[in-house]
Design a protein around this ligand. Structure first.
Ligand code: ADP
Ligand code: MG
Length: 298
């Protein structure tokens, strides 16, 4: 965050840029926007501060941003300190009991509180929640079938599959001008904890909140084809093809499936964008500039 990052822009151009945001502010006024902040998009402190400012700006012009955060790299660092190494199956972190403990304290204790602090510092009123708060995210153990051979089931430990989301606590906070910041942890029938992929939580939360937009910030320019070129627009059929030919792998698997589910369930605009670009979210929401990959339901 530099003092004056746009010194070379003519004041008239600056005014023009600001004025051009008006139709977008009008369109999204009072609407809910669910924003997934990775994991991998949040490792740079300057970008984190920019992100927090963007969230506050959106709130102050009358939108209802809800932040869901990830924490892959942060969990990895904590596990390494304990001499453990993360293991993934089809984009999901294998979560034994010890890993679950680490996941809970890193996500709810560290990453979530960092984001809450930054948003508050930028002038917003953020409140951190896990899926336990207000009984928000009910989960059960994910039964993961192999992508290629569905007769094979992988045991990924305490990875959660969402049973239901009760968004009433999020709504109550929104009505009171707070900005909810949600850690992707769910609870089961016996009050056990589940580690849920943050993209999956963001997508489902966007659906149950009837969000206007879902923005998934990540560490690539968007979805890339085999040649490494950005795919600006994807339909359900095209996504099936990318799954089938192996173009999509790792963390992009739950991201795209979640995004597609949200698009099919009525979330109007679903975007996967590059969180490493300063103010990427602001550009996506308040300008006519198209960034990253837009996911369409058909
Ligand atoms: P995040 O923390 O944002 O969820 P993930 O690592 O879980 O990040 O998911 C994003 C990663 O998915 C990218 O960094 C990339 O390594 C991987 N990936 C796999 N297939 C693709 C693809 N076709 N296009 C872009 N990224 C892909
Ligand atoms: Mg991920």
């Amino acid at each position: 965050m530099s003092e004056n990052p746009l010194p070379s822009i003519d004041p008239r151009d600056k005014a023009e840029i600001l004025a051009q945001a008006l139709p977008y502010i009008r369109r999204f006024h009072g609407k809910t926007l669910v924003i997934k902040y990775g994991g991998n998009a949040m490792t740079d402190p300057a970008l984190q501060a920019d992100f927090a400012e963007d969230v506050v700006l959106l709130k102050l012009v009358g939108m209802n941003p809800v932040v869901v955060h990830g924490g892959g790299p942060q969990i990895e660092t904590a596990l390494n300190r304990l001499g453990k190494k993360g293991e993934f199956v089809q984009g999901m972190r294998v979560t034994d009991a010890e890993t679950m403990e680490v996941v809970e304290w890193v996500l709810a204790g560290e990453v979530q509180q960092d984001i809450v602090g930054l948003i508050n510092q930028a002038g917003g009123k953020a409140v951190g929640l896990t899926g336990r708060d207000g009984g928000m995210i009910r989960a059960r153990k994910l039964r993961m079938l192999d992508n290629k051979d569905p007769s094979v089931e992988h045991d990924v430990g305490q990875v959660g599959d969402i049973v239901s989301i009760d968004p009433s606590v999020v709504k109550a906070l929104q009505d009171d001008a707070f900005i909810p910041v949600v850690s992707p942890i769910g609870f089961g029938e016996n009050n056990e904890s589940y580690n849920i992929n943050a993209d999956v939580v963001a997508s489902k939360l966007a659906t149950v909140l009837g969000a206007e937009k879902l923005v998934l910030l990540t560490n690539t320019p968007g979805v890339l084809n085999k040649a490494g070129e950005l795919l600006t627009d994807l339909t359900a059929r095209e996504i099936d093809e990318l799954f089938a030919d192996g173009t999509i792998s790792g963390g992009m698997l739950p991201k795209i499936s979640g995004a597609l589910d949200a698009a099919k369930s009525g979330v109007n605009a679903v975007h996967i964008i590059d969180g490493r670009v300063p103010h990427a979210m602001l550009l996506e929401i308040l300008t006519d500039q198209a960034y990253g990959t837009m996911i369409r339901s058909h």
